[in-house]
Structure formats: structure tokens, C-alpha cells
Design a protein around this ligand. Structure first.
Ligand code: NAD
Ligand code: UDP
Length: 335
């Protein structure tokens, strides 16, 4: 029967009608979907017409990150901690739940390890029951303080198992082990991406990560805090590029499990980053130096040959353009 909509029908009613007319093929679960990366991923997958269930305990994420998407009837939110089992129906799982900034993951390190390890076991168990494809948001931290530069996926890393970063690094390494054992033992359809430092709008202003710290400090006229001499390097990927790669990976051929590095190979010292933020924000803030946290990696740069070959992906947004977008976002919320 044709559906007739009268002129002036409320947009929410129109989207609800379209929803029932066009049931989506994918029922996608995103753990950690209310966080920085999760909210961008949710936005993209909804735009593509998928049903999305966001599961989050709101430790570092917030409903505000998803507020603009709430009218979409394809979106559902559930407050839930992934260290507990979850029974839902789904055919794709993106497992992002885990605090990502050192300040937040070191706040309750035992919970951080549980989130990575118990969270992975629970989500892999869910994938096994539903036969869903499951993608793990792993990290460049699995390489620790690397002796090989840039880092290819074959490199096994140099990680301190008992330091203050270990709850995150070793938790993520164990999660990768679990993913590959579920693949070998239960033939689970897994995908693993190793994400290098990513930045952009909706980063938490107080999460202590370097890009958000420098921008907030610059906009508020506070000192820019460089830890150590500022010669340590990182490679920064703009969030839109990262999300494209993550979705490409989820939809790649069965059997391509990864791990695959996702990041922008442009490599910058923290001093260069501070100077660029000062220039682009027009700030008069001073640069000061503070002690370097222990186990802080000296160098980090992804080798993305595998992502280029298997996913046909490479980043498009350069650091200055990405920083301009991010500064514009922070101006609205903190200046
Ligand atoms: P984020 O802190 O903004 O998001 C993490 C989300 O997980 C938050 O919404 C938080 O509330 C939720 N969460 C934490 N513990 C949970 C639990 N026990 N149960 C349910 N939800 C929980 O961080 P992000 O930058 O969006 O990172 C997302 C994922 O990507 C993380 O797994 C992180 O390790 C990985 N990653 C991010 C980066 C980066 O540069 N942003 C780099 C490498 C890896
Ligand atoms: N850093 C800094 N000043 C800050 C915050 C971080 O110099 O205010 C440094 C930090 O020591 C590290 C780099 O910036 O060398 C990146 O830190 P971040 O916490 O963003 O990410 P990660 O160390 O996990 O890559």
C-alpha cells in the first residue's frame, strides 16, 4: 500500500515511516559508541541507513556526543558496562569500549584491563552466538616504545608489562590474542585495526591527550605544557579519515583479519605540534616544559602499506586542515 505523506508532516514522522518501509540489512552494535571515535562512527553508519545500537557506560563518553543523532529512529542507546555479558541480536560488532587517554585509563587501571579483556571475551561470546562479524579497535600502543620505525604490523613491539601504561597496552594486546584465538578455535569472522593517534571534534576537552590539551590551553591563553624536551614524535590522523578506514575494514573480504595499521604517516615532534597550534589559533600562550611521564614512547609512525593494498585507503586530511576544524570545534565549547 503506498504511503501518503501530507505537506508539512513533521520530519521525525517522515523518518519513522521511511524506517518501517526500508528495514536495514545491518543491525550494528557499537560498544563505546558515545565516545569520541564511537560517535563519529555512529553518525557515518546511520547515514548509510544501518540500524545502530550504541552500548556505553559513559565513563568517558557522553550522550551529548550523540544528541544530534537521537531523532533518528534507527539509533538505540543502552547504558551497559562491557565487562558484563550482553544479550542482543546483531550481525556486526565494532568493539571500541575502552578509555583511550592516559589520564582516563590510568584513573582505574584494574577496570581498564577488565574492559579490554573481559569486554573482548563478552563481545566475542556475543559474536559467536549471533555469528556476527566483529571488529576490534586496537592501538599503536601494542608496539609500546618501538625499536622499529615506522612500525609495520609484523613488528611484535617493546612493551613494559608492569608500568603505568601496561593496563592499556597489555589489555589491548590480550584482546588481540583473544580475537585471533576465537578466529582459530571457533572460526569467528574477526577484523583487527591498530589505530594510531587520532584527533578531531568531540575529543574530550579534559582527557589530557596532547591535541586537545594544546588547543584548549591555546584558546584559554594558558601555558602550553610540553612533556619532556618535546622531541618525541607522534603521527596524527584526522577522525574522518580514521572512520572511513574502520568501515572499509569491517566490509573487507572475509578472511582478511588484519591486524592492520590505520593512521596518518605524517610524523611531528610535540614541539612542532605546539607551534602549529599556536600559529593556527592566533594564541599568545607560552610554551613550558613539564616532566615526561614514564614509559612515554619516543617515536611513533605507522607503516600503512597494508591498509593501502588491502583496503585501498590512505588518509586525505593533512595536519593543518584537521587542526583548523578541531580548533573551530573547541572555540565553541571552551573559549
Ligand atoms: P573515548 O574515551 O572517547 O571512548 C571510549 C568509550 O568507551 C567512551 O564512550 C566510554 O564511556 C566507553 N567505555 C569505557 N569503558 C567502558 C565499559 N567498561 N563499558 C562500556 N563502555 C565503556 O576514546 P576514543 O578515542 O573514542 O577511543 C575509542 C577506541 O579506540 C578505544 O578502544 C581506544 O583504545 C581506541 N583507540 C583510540 C585512539 C585515539 O587516538 N583516539 C588511538 C588508538 C586506539
Ligand atoms: N604530551 C605533551 N603535553 C601534553 C599532553 C601530552 O607533551 O599536555 C605528550 C605526551 O607525553 C606524549 C605525546 O604528547 O609524548 C602524546 O600524548 P597523548 O597522551 O596524546 O597520546 P599517547 O602518548 O598515548 O600517544
Amino acid at each position: 500500500m503506498p504511503i501518503v505523506l501530507l505537506a508539512g508532516t513533521h520530519p521525525k514522522i517522515i523518518s519513522t515511516v521511511l524506517y518501517f518501509k526500508n528495514p536495514s540489512m545491518n543491525k550494528i552494535l557499537i560498544t563505546g559508541g558515545a565516545g569520541f571515535l564511537g560517535s563519529h562512527l555512529t553518525e557515518k553508519l546511520l547515514k548509510e541507513g544501518n540500524d545502530v545500537l550504541v552500548v556505553d557506560n559513559y565513563f568517558t563518553g557522553s550522550k551529548a556526543n550523540l544528541e544530534h543523532l537521537l531523532p533518528n529512529p534507527r539509533l538505540e542507546l543502552m547504558r551497559h558496562d562491557v565487562t558484563f555479558p550482553l544479550y542482543v541480536e546483531t550481525n556486526q560488532i565494532y568493539n571500541l569500549a575502552c578509555p583511550a587517554s592516559p589520564v582516563h585509563y590510568q584513573y582505574d587501571p584494574v577496570q581498564t584491563t577488565k574492559t579490554s579483556v573481559h569486554g573482548a571475551i563478552n563481545m566475542l561470546g556475543l559474536a559467536k552466538r549471533t555469528r556476527a562479524r566483529i571488529l576490534q579497535a586496537s592501538t599503536s600502543e601494542v608496539y609500546g616504545d618501538p625499536e622499529v620505525h615506522p612500525q609495520p604490523e609484523e613488528y611484535w613491539g617493546k612493551v613494559n608489562p608492569i608500568g603505568i601504561r601496561s593496563c592499556y597496552d597489555e589489555g589491548k594486546r590480550c584482546a588481540e590474542t583473544l580475537f585471533f584465538d576465537y578466529n582459530r578455535q571457533h572460526n569467528l569472522d574477526i577484523k583487527v585495526v591498530r589505530i594510531f593517534n587520532t584527533y578531531g571534534p568531540r575529543m574530550h576537552p579534559n582527557d589530557g591527550r596532547v591535541v586537545s590539551n594544546f588547543i584548549v590551553q591555546a584558546l584559554q591563553g594558558k601555558d602550553i605544557t610540553i612533556y619532556g624536551d618535546g622531541q618525541q614524535t607522534r603521527s596524527f590522523c584526522y577522525v574522518d579519515d580514521l572512520i572511513d578506514a574502520m568501515v572499509n575494514m569491517m566490509n573487507s573480504e572475509r578472511g582478511f583479519t588484519g591486524p592492520v595499521n590505520i593512521g596518518n604517516p605524517g610524523e611531528f615532534t610535540m614541539l612542532q605540534l605546539a607551534e602549529t597550534v599556536l600559529k593556527l589559533s592566533g594564541s599568545k600562550s607560552k610554551i613550558i616544559h613539564q616532566p615526561l611521564p614514564s614509559d612515554d614512547p619516543k617515536q611513533r609512525q605507522p607503516n600503512i602499506d597494508l591498509a593501502k593494498a588491502k583496503l585501498g585507503w590512505q588518509p586525505k586530511v593533512n595536519l593543518e586542515d584537521g587542526l583548523k576544524e578541531t580548533i573551530a570545534y573547541f572555540r565553541k565549547i571552551v573559549a
